[in-house]
Design a protein around this ligand. Sequence first.
Ligand code: WT7
Length: 662
Amino acid sequence: MSDNTIENLMSEQRTFDPSREMEQKILDQANLTAEKYEQACRMATDSPEEFWADRARDLLHWTRDFRTTLESDPEKHEYKWFSGGRLNASYNCLDRHLENGRRNKAALIWQGEPEEEVRVFTYHMLHRKVCRFANVLKKIGVSKGDRVAIYLPMVPELVISMLACARIGAVHSVIFAGFSAVSLQNRIIDCDAKILIAADGVLRGGKKIPLKRNVDEALFECPSVEQVIMVKRTGDEIDFIEGRDTWWHEEISGPDIEDYCKPESMRSADPLFILHTSGSTGKAKGVVHSTGGYMTATAHTTQWVFDLRDDDVHWCTADIGWITGHSYTVYGPLALGATTLLFEGVPTYPRPDRYWEIINRYGVNIFYTTPTALRALRREGTQWTEKYDLSTLRILGSVGEPINPEVWIWFHEHVGKGKLPLLDTWWQTETGSILISPLPYVGKLKPGSTGKPLPGISAKIVNSDGSDAEANEGGHLLITEPWPGMLTDIHNDRARYNRTYFERFPGSYETGDGARVDEDGDYWIMGRLDDVINVSGHRLGTTEIESALIAHPDVTEAAVVGIPHEIKGQTVYAYVTLRSGLDEDDEMRTVLREWVSQKIGPIAVPETIQFSEGLPKTRSGKIMRRILRRIAVGENDLGDTTTLSDASVIADLIEGQKELFE
Ligand code: WT7
């Protein structure tokens, strides 16, 4: 064991230098050596456009080279990367690997939830499937620019659908299979999808969860959807709607479906996909990503941050329903011609060794996961990590929420055996790819810090008035220069795009996160500054949950805050006012939880529901969530309460909280 013991890491300096631990061979063969890193930083600072142009040309196959690296109209917050260039994302992830020696290499390894269910696709096999499914889409009338909604669990058909859309220039919109019928419907309506690809159900924790009911309910009011293609997963009996629903396995094996489909030549700025994410108002935002910029950014970060090498098995555990899965299960690793692993199940079923067993079984090299999973696994004890030889691992990563230093150290010690680089990567759905992260063999790692902005990324911390924050002073995290992976729009809502990201701090992109930078220039993310809660790494808007609660006929008012939770990071705490005369009891709580689950999905269900007669509001009627957050955690000091319109509600709220936790 190295001298990087827990005591050492937890001591004053709390740093760790992986380059001292790694074999020289690994350092020498790195995609980004320490020396190359210095060069990259210089180039990215001196001539950023040249830097990005080089990356775009090195990493991707362009059927027509681009004329301009960045065409920007700052007034309109319009940033077009690689204008004049043409490419196809599916070609870049598949076809070119058929000719460069990777044809028979595993592109995708799928581990189903049942241990014995495994499917492996070589590049040749995946290419063929994608082509055939692209031909199915064409046959049923999908063409370039059309939107296709995908509501699938973690099965290979999800990856195939995405790449098939990309192949013909259709815009995919993946909707997390844990979302309810209402959320599914909202997202389909928002992107005006023509086709829906869904499954009969999901296997999760040894249970079958039906999905088709949600599909039928959602489509009740989605006139744009012409056809539903159903993947058979659980095999449960489902209602089939004649003329609308067809089976995937029948469509793809149709005698008129050919094995090859010509990739559509796309402009760099053409949208590759839409992905919805929660914001601080009720409606989810349809974040739009471009083809050329996004593909450059994901391939670039996969190569430099994860140091992905040709014979690596890359495993990102995130669901593809979130951006992490888009960028680091599908597009990044496949663009680089690596082997990507897709796991259908959960980390603790049937035993809490599932992750370690899979790493061992497939010889995983890069393992990218979430603090929430790690917290749950840490609680199970170290006997599970000790049971397996994890020596193929070379790089560990974490994403989605702040990772507590204790959990960081546990991951580093028990999975990385005290030796491996552990990268706490910061980014967002909107940023498309990692922006702030340590690099595996460059500089020191500090548990709890996300390191520095990557070469080519400019960030800073400012106070509310826009002035620069001092070292270690918390403030708003801004990105001050455009980057290729940035969102290009919010679907159908340009005004919201402008307002959310560019108007408050002119000239910069506003992340919505609070952060500080220490004296070494390392970033420490402090969490959201807006009304967004992060439950198990999933973003939920407080307003979204409040709207759902208020939509219940028995509820007159609701306010929702996030409170710290040992495993999930944060959980939902709801204050609810009922119509008078109704019983404020557990039965009602169950009804409301079930209601939220149906309106949004199980992840949004309030862990705690406190009934209250009134809520603290400003004179203009704005709910003061700051006070509610403090009451929810039993804090005595409520801060400034002078702006309250009616301070008398406070005592009742405090009383109510105490009763709940007695
Ligand atoms: C929000 C973005 C990026 C993919 C997963 C989430 C939080 C993300 C970190 C990190 C602390 C983090 C931020 C951010 N976040 N990574 N390493 N440390 N917080 O994507 O759903 O768009 O959420 O997740 O608050 O704004 P997302």
